[in-house]
Design a protein around this ligand. Structure first.
Ligand SMILES: NC(=O)c1ccc[n+]([C@@H]2O[C@H](COP(=O)([O-])OP(=O)(O)OC[C@H]3O[C@@H](n4cnc5c(N)ncnc54)[C@H](O)[C@@H]3O)[C@@H](O)[C@H]2O)c1
Length: 247
């Protein structure tokens, strides 16, 4: 049980990589606040009644108010925070000529500002309550090596990498590590909204030496390692999970 006695927040936990990560963390002993805009809002009364982990919390992480409420809930329910996985995100195909200004703002707000807000309010709680904090931000291979017509998404995922590296320098002496996972194509609803089957077949057969796309569990396994104390000297790293994707 790598995460016994640890408390984790996993964002984007209703689907795909976030869901697999939250499930794996729970199987490894963590108490978890799962956050997603897709979860049903819960009335404050029933929130007090539910003490079992995981707690599923509805929040739009673009909202400061929602993020603050989520962090308050962790403090009330568990009294500590050790791990945050920032996984919530949206896809956004298109090049700068095609993309509207609103679409660009939407992807930057959802993919980057949410990470800023969660870190802003979670980090003080981690520093206060944990000697071995770990934050894991989910970027993308497209933040390292963009493909055509992914301009806004690639920019947002590149920003997550830089934000991760900057954060990793701030509180290392207090035991807080911040790392980034950059997945390649992973079999989730987001991937199938982003790329059609013809593109995916081409990617699988010509660009990925493993000859297949990845599973959410294969990303979750790395998140578990980064969340656990077994990765205690890994900080500021950007690790790909992509079957050897050719650049
Ligand atoms: N699937 C891939 O191929 C792939 C590759 C590289 C990176 N990623 C990244 O991995 C992360 C997870 O993606 P996935 O493939 O599991 O997608 P997914 O669509 O299955 O899950 C994303 C979740 O984020 C939630 N979310 C979105 N905006 C939110 C908001 N404002 N507040 C709260 N929750 C919100 C969604 O409701 C959804 O449940 C994303 O950041 C994505 O960019 C995915």
């Amino acid at each position: 049980m790598d995460l016994a006695n640890k408390v984790a927040i996993v964002t984007g936990a209703a689907s795909g990589i976030g869901k697999s990560t939250a499930d794996l963390f729970a199987r490894n002993g963590a108490q978890i606040l799962e956050i997603d805009i897709k979860f049903e809002p819960i009335r404050s009364g029933s929130l007090h009644a539910s003490s079992t982990s995981p707690i599923r919390f509805h929040a739009d992480l673009k909202s400061t108010y929602d993020v603050q409420n989520a962090i308050k809930l962790v403090q009330q329910k568990y009294g500590r925070l050790d791990i945050v996985v920032n996984c919530a995100g949206i896809e956004m195909p298109g090049n700068v000529i095609e993309l509207s200004e609103e679409s660009f703002d939407q992807v930057m707000q959802t993919n980057v500002k949410t990470v800023f807000l969660v870190c802003k309010y979670a980090i003080p709680v981690i520093l206060e309550s944990s000697k071995n904090g770990s934050i894991i931000n989910i970027s993308s291979d497209l933040g390292i090596q963009p493909i055509p017509n992914t301009d806004a998404y690639a920019a947002s995922k590149g920003a997550i990498i830089s934000l991760t590296k900057a954060l990793s320098k701030n509180w290392a002496k207090q035991g807080l590590r911040v790392n980034c996972i950059a997945p390649g194509p992973i079999d989730t609803p987001l991937l199938h909204r982003f790329q059609n089957d013809d593109v995916l077949n081409f990617v699988k057969t010509t660009l990925i030496p493993a000859g297949r796309i990845g599973t959410p569990d294969e990303v979750a396994n790395l998140a578990l390692f980064l969340a656990s104390d077994k990765s205690s000297f890994i900080n500021g790293a950007v690790l790909t999970v992509n079957g050897g994707l050719l650049g």
